[in-house]
Design a protein. Structure first.
Length: 122
């Protein structure tokens, strides 16, 4: 079933690769270049899952996650951190803030799609 997914990453090339993967699986994709742009998109529209990088200018992924978890409409939205960072302390911080999954780049498309399917099945 098609879901609307917000990709948040400062790398245009990575956003395009992820977008191709998600659209190829039938999903609708929204894009933001940083956490601030992503917050501006949390305006009441349907977003089924957020896929965010950790290291971004303006507002990083964990800062974005903190805002999402406090947002009345999006607090329960699954958030996947898609990042090159595999430091355990960052993953623990993400878990404490309510991250849904942590996937290390480079990612395997089938693994990413399986995580999305698992997190968006209601």
């Amino acid at each position: 079933m098609s879901k609307t997914i917000l990709i948040v990453d400062d790398s245009l090339s990575l956003r395009l690769v992820v977008k191709m993967t998600l659209e190829g699986a039938g999903h609708t994709v929204l894009q933001a270049a940083d956490g601030k742009q992503a917050l501006d998109m949390l305006d009441g529209r349907q977003i089924d899952l957020i896929l965010s990088d950790l290291n971004m200018p303006v507002l990083d992924g964990l800062g974005l996650l903190e805002h999402i978890r406090q947002h009345p409409l999006y607090a329960a939205t699954p958030v996947i951190m898609l990042t090159t960072q595999d430091a355990r302390h960052l993953q623990l911080r993400g878990q404490q803030q309510g991250i849904s999954a942590w996937i290390i780049k480079p990612f395997e498309p089938p693994y990413l799609l399986a995580a999305i399917a698992r997190l968006t099945t209601r």
